[in-house]
Design a protein around this ligand. Structure first.
Ligand code: ADP
Ligand code: TRP
Length: 318
């Protein structure tokens, strides 16, 4: 039997999960776990570039736990996926250091994220500047064929590819050169104000919201009266019901935004309820997150340490 090819991806623990995260990214990991041997990790050291020192350590911890529970609740299967925390696997930061000594400042200055931060006159930490090298290490340790990411992360995967090629040409074939797999975000999920749903805009519908909270969010959706349909309501409705099913409903209730919103609440609730129930169940099982992450840590450490032994030999420190 052919071995499955490998997938690696990281998710930053930066705030409460919302349905934009789910439809734009998370659910695709659940589909991909059938096809690939997957390494999915919580990129807590990457998140430090934006959280340190503003976020309280308790908040960081809570955020990591929320992401772990969230991914388990939506169906990420720890039997199929090596699910771990970046900070639990020291090879990531160790390899990043070796890459730091291979790469140059002008090269990293080409990163969009760095250029944006600089254009906004932000104070840029060395960690933020070096973000792409830690990400290259995350990826290359596991020899993946593919790296699923949002479109905004494509350049980072290209940096990882360049770094693999540079290392290989200097020290001999050591790393596989991966391909980005751009997550299908053709449907950018709009928030309650019609802009892209994002925690930074305060327009989100939380993924694990209960019925009351869903109702509050949906009733707050800004509707524009220019078209025959309230676009912001319809765009969200489409995520949970087919357009064929929606057409007669929207025709029958044309102009009655309140009725349409009420239906959206019920449809969203029905769709999200099983994941919410699972989330609550897992939340009350105090050991589950630790158990899953512990087992992920063991496997990720074994694989990455074997790679590091080769790397250390290749560069001559071992
Ligand atoms: P936020 O914008 O709330 O800060 P993140 O940047 O943490 O969200 O996004 C994590 C993942 O979820 C990314 O892969 C991103 O592409 C996806 N995502 C976030 N918001 C949306 C959205 N409104 N529509 C589609 N995908 C989204
Ligand atoms: N930078 C990615 C993001 O902001 C998260 C990430 C960190 C990642 N390391 C990775 C994604 C390795 C893919 C592979 O979304």
């Amino acid at each position: 039997m052919n071995e499955k090819s490998v997938l690696v991806s990281g998710v930053k623990p930066t705030g409460d999960l919302h349905i934009g995260n789910y439809f734009g990214a998370m659910r695709q990991f659940v589909e991909l776990q059938e096809k690939y041997k997957s390494y999915v990790f919580i990129a807590d050291y990457h998140a430090l570039t934006t959280s340190h020192p503003q976020r309280h350590p308790d908040e960081v911890r809570a955020s990591i736990r929320h992401i772990a529970l969230g991914y388990l609740a939506i169906g990420l299967d720890p039997k199929k996926v090596v699910f771990f925390k970046q900070s639990d696997v020291p090879a990531h930061t160790e390899l990043a250091w070796i890459f730091n000594c291979l790469t140059t400042m002008p090269y990293l200055m080409r990163a969009h994220a760095y250029k944006d931060a600089e254009a906004k006159n932000k104070e840029i930490s060395v960690g933020t500047f070096d973000y792409p090298m830690l990400m290259a290490a995350d990826i290359l340790l596991y020899d993946p064929a593919v790296v699923p990411v949002g479109r905004d992360q494509k350049q980072h995967v290209e940096f990882a590819r360049d770094t693999a090629q540079k290392f290989n040409s200097l020290y001999g074939e050591t790393f596989a050169v991966p391909e980005p797999l751009i997550l299908d975000s053709t449907a950018v999920v709009p928030g309650t104000d019609g802009q892209k749903m994002s925690k930074s805009y305060g327009n989100v519908i939380p993924l694990f919201a209960d019925h009351d909270e869903l109702a509050r969010c949906v009733m707050g959706i800004v509707t524009d009266s220019s078209g025959e349909r309230p676009q912001n309501v319809y765009a969200l409705h489409k995520l949970v019901k087919s357009e064929e099913e929606l057409a007669p409903i929207y025709a029958e209730h044309e102009g009655n935004y309140k009725a349409l919103k009420e239906m959206l609440i019920e449809d969203l609730d029905r769709y999200l309820a099983p994941m919410r129930t699972k989330y609550e169940e897992l939340k009350n099982d105090s050991g589950i997150v630790d158990e899953v992450l512990e087992s992920g840590k063991r496997e990720a450490r074994a694989v990455s340490e074997a790679k590091m032994e080769r790397v250390r030999k290749a560069i001559g420190v071992a």
